[in-house]
Design a protein around this ligand. Sequence first.
Ligand code: SAH
Length: 475
Amino acid sequence: MLLTISQTQTNDSENALDLGYLLHKNPANLNTVDLPFGVANVFYSEASEERCSAHLLLEINPVELVRGAQQLEQYVNDRPYVASSYLTVALGRIFGTALAGKCKKRPELVHAKLNLTAIVEVVRARGGAEVLTKLFEPLGYQVEATRLALDDRFPEWGESPYFRLCLSCTGTVHDLLTHLYVLLPVLDESKHYFVGEAEVDKLLRHGEGWLGRHPEQQLIISRYLKRRHSLMDQAVARLVEEARLLDESAEPGGDATAPEVAALAEQDLERPMTLHTHRLNQVAALLTTLQAKSVLDLGCGEGKLIRRLLADRRFEKVQGMDVSHRSLEIAAQRLHLETLAPRQRERIELIQGSLLYRDKRLEGFDAAALVEVIEHLDPARLIALERVLFEFARPRYILITTPNREYNVLFPTLPEGKFRHTDHRFEWTRAEFQDWATRMANRFGYSVRFEPVGPEDPQHGAPSQLAVFTQGVAK
Ligand code: SAH
């Protein structure tokens, strides 16, 4: 069986050779991997900046396949030829890094949306071409399925369930691989290995971000888990839980006390742009790109960033800290800490503490995020935070967002000279923030770059600003 993945350049800023980096397979080499049931080879038939095609050829050894099996007829079946769970095992072994959403040499490529095509020869689709369309179209693919003839001489054999499947999309290589990983065995419906609880984990891990919204979710879960009802129930329950974690609209606002009322007022001001949601999503996406596994959310408030990070299993440990006990209580409620499954629960820690004091509990993390926090501190106190964060906690990455004061004139309801939030002690212009952040980077041995947050105005910039610090000086 053969899987071909191609990237085609669509503009000068793209390079189809990126596919080699993303798949972690050098186009110049032939890669051969021995598997328990056969041999997999990866090779490229073309590799230029315009177009690059990688092929995964899996040759199954039918003798290995039936070793120990009793019946001779098992030698004669379609397993060596169709893309099945054997191909997904091979995908996991050969493209494991890409499947995990990692790219060691070029991490920024992981989120790049590329012009991709995948051709799978041959799939056996139970339910015919219609099933292929139902499964792949909602994920943004253009689906072309060519039915392969069984044998024209014997029409009584009926229609063949075998297809050549061609999928095209503009998307990430990671998404393409996870979709194939989950959906190829769903099409074929005959996994060659025992399906137990580990399969629920696998399904949810690879289905993260798309399975919960897929209109054929039921079909996928049922076929993937070989219709084992206890497993299907587990999968559905966990998907519901994840949806709840991500559901912004479930947040009640009525029980807020004074500081929280002020926080809500700030959100109201910015609501037309849903800036805060945008900001949190941007920070969460960046933390994923940076491949941070353990994250500190400093000044976590009601846990909105934590909720996003929790929905992605790549974040193994998330520790939220806030000075406000009340905020932490609200966070614990909204994250449903008391009823979370143990495995989810142990990924989160909420602690009360102040960013103005050195704290051992903040050491040893990959990344720290301070989303709209620094402007809540007295400028004179910032000196304490600087050492606590950059010198003592000292995570590899530090992400800090803060409002851009220049943008305030564009908020129709904000009186001139006022801050966006009554609890803000200062709001910086872009130059002020960049000046401070650059001084911090130089003083503590970090490099820093800046990103706008929200739609940019040509004169006043974006409503919010983000600094990304990386330990070590940029090369
Ligand atoms: N990061 C959250 C909340 C931002 S509001 C979000 O984006 O939704 C600012 C938060 O910083 C508040 O929850 C406030 O309690 C917290 N905070 C203020 N001073 C702090 C300090 N010295 N140490 C820790 N947290 C602090």
